[in-house]
Design a protein around this ligand. Sequence first.
Ligand SMILES: [Zn+2]
Ligand SMILES: [Zn+2]
Length: 82
Amino acid sequence: MSDVWDLFKGRCVLGIEHAADIVHEIEPKSRRPKTWKDPENQVALCYEHHHQVHTEGTANWADRLREARAQALRQLGKSDII
Ligand SMILES: [Zn+2]
Ligand SMILES: [Zn+2]
């Protein structure tokens, strides 16, 4: 499993009570050709939330996902990584 999985302990960043199913890039490869794989560009999501993000548009969600990422890390006691 990826580092992202460990980082979020297998939880969805949009709902820490959801088990994560998938790793999502906050900004798509096309917009970050060199750094899209950086850990700070990745979040773990459940299928339902992942579907919602892609349905509503990843660009609209980028800021919210960055916030959700920070909040999830705080909730998981990993504030030092934010
Ligand atoms: Zn995605
Ligand atoms: Zn979720």
